[in-house]
Design a protein around this ligand. Structure first.
Ligand code: PRP
Ligand code: URA
Length: 235
């Protein structure tokens, strides 16, 4: 499974400001949008095109048009901030929302919203989620999309942890992952280190006190889940 880590200096620069704990939600949202634009441009670089005859004011020519129908799959809630930038790149894309939250203790994804129609309406799906941590949410989303009939699935995230990439790659070796950065590891609560904290809370300004601070008081069960992922990564 190819993992593409952007090498663009603009991506690195914007990511540095995004990670900074003093960056306020308004600026954070702007940066999520700008980074998504840059990553989306890279993630769509291999989309197929078909020849199409057109006429310029000077003469007829054969131009290229995008071949596949593309679906954007933002994972609620943090993926919402990535939608507008992708739609600027590809205004004809369909947007299909999937609602998942990560159970804080087990770190397993819990599905709460899915209105996909019976059969797939697009060929290529781009999953939009800023954080790829344990990989549980991403793997569950790809399961849903493959069952739906999507021919090709790509994950577009701002930051990934090696544990999450390993999990996703084991479950779905055929997909591409595009990220702005691959970080060091997960902490005992399943947060990406150094990361940026909680991407949903930082976008939407929903800070619920010390309990919501990444790294606060690890639960034994959560820490064991993370240790297991880290053992799997070494094997
Ligand atoms: C975050 C993030 C991903 C998930 C990643 O969402 O946006 O969806 O965690 O973690 P994983 O790789 O370990 O599954 P969260 O559950 O915090 O929900 P939210 O977007 O509603 O805040
Ligand atoms: N979700 C986040 O928002 N941040 C992390 O570091 C892990 C999961």
């Amino acid at each position: 499974m190819p993992v593409h880590v952007s090498q663009h200096p603009l991506v690195a620069h914007k990511l540095a400001i995004l990670r900074d704990k003093t960056t306020e939600p308004k600026k954070f949202r702007e940066l999520v949008r700008e980074l998504t634009w840059l990553l989306g441009y890279e993630a769509m670089a291999d989309l197929a095109t078909r020849p199409e005859p057109i006429e310029t004011p000077l003469e007829p020519m054969t131009a290229a048009r995008l071949e596949p129908k593309v679906g954007l799959i933002p994972i609620l809630r943090a993926g919402l901030g990535m939608v507008d930038a992708m739609l600027e790149l590809l205004p004809t894309a369909e947007v299909w929302h999937i609602g998942l939250y990560r159970d804080e203790r087990t770190l397993k994804p819990v599905e709460y919203y899915n209105k996909l129609p019976d059969a797939a309406t697009v060929q290529v799906c781009l999953i939009l989620d800023p954080m790829l941590a344990t990989g549980g949410s991403a793997a569950a989303t790809v399961d849903i999309l493959k069952q739906w009939g999507a021919a090709r699935v790509k994950q577009v995230s701002l930051i990934a942890a090696p544990e999450g990439v390993a999990t996703l790659s084991a479950a779905h070796p055929d997909m591409d992952i595009h990220v702005a950065a691959m970080d060091s590891h997960l902490n005992e609560r399943g947060y990406i280190v150094p990361g940026l904290g909680d991407a949903g809370d930082r976008q939407f300004g929903t800070f619920a006190g010390p309990e919501s601070v990444p790294g606060h008081g690890p639960d034994d069960e959560t820490a064991e889940v993370v240790r297991r992922l880290q053992r799997d990564l070494k094997d």
